[in-house]
Ligand binder design. Structure first.
Ligand code: SF4
Length: 381
């Protein structure tokens, strides 16, 4: 089965105060050295199991802000990928872009070097909320960069939005959704703002300087998002993701279906289904340490773990249940040698409570279950 390749670019123009990704706000970045490190890692894994001789189905430049890198640097990485692996002709090649860091020319450049999907971190169309979120771009930049991407020939665009931002009302959210639909991306991701430990937002919340919106209001917002986007022809196919027919993210679908993925770059994570119940590992998080190690040793491995039978069963469930179509129950017993109800008897209670639905041999979250997805998933791990 072809695998997915993730390339992490950890630099941003500023670090947003809510972000806990492995990203660093910088004024300049060592683009050439970083590209060299990615290429060294690619060569290292190309000769090793289980990647050797395999094909790449999706490539994803994530971050951080990959759009800070010049199209020529992205081209260099893509050439190295093609030199190390067979890239399927139909490969989905995504690059995350910050509206504050792109021009008409750079977008055309990314298209010319083979990127065929752009993911824009728009977050909101409201000046006030963008300011709260500490974003550099303006309310007008979102629609503008989408139009530039169309001019550049992109036919597969996705947009990230955040909801549950302090100061956001249902009316402001409705306006964001209205503007999203007007910009007409093929795919939309909507994330509920969270306050992660170690971030300025977490501290401000602790100090009472930032007041999160009420849970009931967040639930109302989520319902509004689902209704609006579905009426506009977007299918809600994963907890946070909506797409027009044929435009669901193939890269993320591979994660949710438990496929192999190779993550390169600072702090990137990888997963392989073999040996036994699977293995996952991650790279050095700090960009300098990552580059040093990748260039001198080929690999920049920081930690790794062999999954246990129990871990693999839990992960199988919560990854597949993220997708609203759920999964075929028989695939669980085929993989783990035991029926699901025997491994997790409390699944029957979830069905009785209307949180999960069993239908035609498939198990999936219900609309009610969607609102409690985190606690349902926690019960499996
Ligand atoms: S641009 Fe994205 S990755 Fe960078 S700091 Fe902001 S939220 Fe994090």
């Amino acid at each position: 089965m072809p695998f997915s390749l993730y390339l992490h670019i950890p630099y941003c123009l500023v670090k947003c105060p809510y972000c806990d990704f492995n990203a660093y706000g910088v004024r300049t970045w060592p683009e050439k050295d970083y590209v060299q490190a990615l290429c060294a890692e690619l060569r290292f894994y190309a000769d090793r199991e289980p990647w050797q001789g395999e094909s790449v189905a999706t490539i994803y430049f994530g971050g951080g802000t990959p759009s800070l890198f010049a199209p020529a640097s992205i081209a260099q990485v893509l050439e190295a990928v093609s030199g190390c692996f067979t890239v399927l002709p139909s490969a989905e090649i995504t690059l995350e872009a910050d509206p504050a860091s792109v021009t008409r020319e750079t977008l055309a450049g990314f298209r010319a070097v083979g990127v065929n999907r752009l993911s824009f971190g728009v977050q909101s169309f409201q000046a006030k909320l963008l300011k709260t979120l500490g974003r550099l771009h303006t309310a007008e930049d979102g629609p503008r960069v989408l139009a530039w991407a169309r001019e550049a020939g992109f036919t597969n665009l996705t947009m990230d939005l955040i909801f549950g931002v302090p100061g956001q009302t249902l009316a402001l959210l409705a306006d964001d959704l209205h503007q999203t639909c007007a910009a007409a991306p093929e795919h939309v991701s909507l994330y509920n703002l969270t306050y992660e430990e170690g971030t300025p937002f977490f501290r401000r919340k602790q100090q009472g300087k930032l007041r999160p919106i009420e849970e009931e209001e967040e639930i109302e917002m989520f319902s509004c998002i689902r209704e609006t986007l579905q009426v506009q022809g977007y299918q809600h196919y994963e907890i946070s993701n909506f797409a027009r027919a044929g435009f669901a993210s193939r890269h993320n679908a591979n994660y949710w279906q438990g496929g192999d993925y190779l993550g390169l770059g600072a702090g990137a994570h990888s997963y392989a289904r073999v040996p036994e119940w699977g293995r996952r590992w991650s790279n050095e998080r700090k960009p300098q340490a990552y580059m040093r190690k990748a260039v001198t040793e080929g690999s920049a491995l920081d930690c790794q773990e062999q999954l246990t039978y129990a871990q693999a069963r839990g992960e199988f469930l919560f990854l597949r249940l993220r997708q609203l179509e759920g999964f075929v129950l028989a695939t669980f017993s085929e993989r783990f040698g035991v029926p699901l109800v025997e491994a997790f008897p409390h699944v029957s209670d979830f069905v009785v409570e209307g949180l999960l639905r069993e239908d035609g041999g498939r198990l999936a979250l219900t609309s009610k279950g969607l609102l409690m997805a985190d606690s349902i998933f926690a019960s499996f791990v």
